[in-house]
Write a protein that binds this ligand. Sequence first.
Ligand code: ACO
Length: 311
Amino acid sequence: EQQDLQDHFDAVVSRHERIEPRDWMPERYRATLVRQIAQHAHSEIIGMQPEGNWITRAPSLRRKAVLLAKVQDEAGHGLYLYSAAETLGVSRAELTEKLVSGQQKYSSIFNYPTLSYADVGTIGWLVDGAAICNQVPLCRTSYGPYGRAMIRVCKEESFHQRQGYELLMTMMSGTDEQRAMVQESVDRFWWPALMMFGPPDDDSPNTAQSMAWGIKRDTNDELRQKFVDMSVPQAERLGVTFPDPELRWNAERGHHDFGRPDWEEFAAVLRGEGPCNAQRLEHRRRAHDDGAWVREAALAYARRESDALEP
Ligand code: ACO
């Protein structure tokens, strides 16, 4: 019977159909999904911090309203993703515990500081742009609840990306100081954005198995290349350059060649040694502790309501 279950699972995956929560699945498939979806959810929640940093200092009411809406969207994305993870038998409370105790990761990109207001635009353009590049194929991931969450997330991310690009366009049509601010911000975020796609395929322990299971639809290097190719013409139109002397069009390959990201820096950020790792986790822990009374009150209320229903 075990073999029949495995055969059915393999057949569904190879037909590119969906595995649903009640279907049988290999334990390692479940564990890989929990790891990736949890990490993704944590990234959305931690990702609220770098941009949240600018809400009180946005230069106009319109910019403030847009930024507030955007940061709230990220919280919503985290919630869709925690819900998708819950269908695999882990609770949001458990996952949050693993985040604040440092047992689970979140994206490296959110360990970099936001030093100028231009960073709000650059994060929208490059960071959310990279996220879309990675997440559009995940709409076709083999696990149903994850793929369906991605469809909504991607629609909102494309709004985020456009608002970032529009913000930078506005700054680029301003003063020399504003243009310099944009270029300086792009210089800081370009390489960390390329690292969002994960290590090179040769050093990626999970890619082969995740591709075989249809969890991932493209490899880390394929998506990184796609992102570089789509970003270059956008940079030209904006009037900024990327800090990579090796970046050039390769007509033979039909793609841009580009330099090697600093993988030692990436490894250090993953070890917790990035510029803001400690600050991000500390902030998240404090928010979690400060919210304890809300969780307790909600539980007490739910208990009272269900007691009232007892005959
Ligand atoms: N930041 C932090 N950790 C990373 C990153 C990154 N940018 N890239 C890879 N890693 C980790 C992996 O999680 C894995 O660690 P683990 O085994 O301890 O969990 C390790 O490095 C090796 O990497 P891979 O074998 O390549 O891992 P995987 O197959 O999971 O691929 C990837 C990594 C591409 C990030 C994948 O998990 C993915 O597509 N995730 C969903 C998208 C996502 O999480 N986006 C979050 C940022 S975007 C946003 O929130 C706006």
